[in-house]
Design a binder for this molecule. Sequence first.
Ligand SMILES: *Cc1c(COP(=O)(O)O)cnc(C)c1O
Length: 368
Amino acid sequence: MTSPTPTPDRRLFGPGPSNPYPEAVAGLNRPILGHLDPDFLAIMDDTCAMLRTVWGTENSRTLPLSATGSAGMEAAFVNTVGPGDVAVIAVNGLFGERMCDVAARCGADVVRVDHDWGQPIDPQRVADAHPSPKVIAAVHAETSTGVRSDIAALGRLKGDALLITDAVTSIGGIELAADDWGIDVGYAGSQKCLGVPPGLAPFTINDRAFARRIEHPQSWYLDLGLLGGYVGEASARHAGRTYHHTAPTGMIASLHDGLARILAEGLPAVWARHAEAGHILQDGLEKLGLELFAAQGFRLPELTTVKVPEGVDSAAVRSELLTRYNIEIGAGAGAYASTVWRIGLMGHNARPDAALLILAALAEILGR
Ligand SMILES: *Cc1c(COP(=O)(O)O)cnc(C)c1O
């Protein structure tokens, strides 16, 4: 007989997953229900209603996809672009690059608008890249660089195109207003600022985008037309719900309880808490003599990128943080893998004490 391997009690200060809210963890302990049980469907409806609030949308088609944020990205493109459709994609980091790959696999004619990593996107340049794209896509909070871009400005310039927005690292952490900003299709993830374990992708699509969707997308699993029959519009309530796939009912209960916790605190208070924690961390890193990577004025409070000091072994510091302090932080992304660290203070971790803990540990290690 072997006993279960003990799991170390890590502080997840990387680019996600973050330590979930205790309420979201408690939600995992609820009895597992069937995916067509009326009691579960009530939890699902409630979850979709709370997701509308955190998205800032009235879209009836707002639901948690049964997969991670990347599946949300895949669903956004596979349902909106097919062979020959023009997709203008703003790229200022790894996740913009991933969008290009996903859209190209759908057969889209990808017009890629590159920006320097560490800088926000330039909405005018993106809008001017093509006269009549079917979709324009951008990442709101680039987790690879720690940069926030102005999605509202892009929404004002989108013309007739559908605006796809990656809100994986912004939802539940900084202001997000899908309807006011003109977001037609948005996807997110459960495990970053929403403070829920990984496994679900909150998704929203408005009527305009749904009417212009690909009728028979190549993905059966992510076909929003089919999914609508199960998750259903709010008005459909429970009648006529049909089986599509087995919804991860335990995860959805966890998301439900995490969202309820966020809304009980209130979104403005949650955003202010993220802003404060990020400010303490960024200020403290500069006081330690470190240099921040993301452009000033566009820094995300929930994800801080900091340059690894000259002569310091980036991986050795991360490994010591993990083994000595039980703290996980992220390496840099892409070309910055060994020259930048990524420190997340998301969801439950967006607190002053978490900021001070990582600052103290870094100061101790770098001081030696
Ligand atoms: C994490 C992340 C993703 C991918 O989400 P997964 O849950 O890892 O599949 C996409 N976009 C951004 C901006 C992210 O931070």
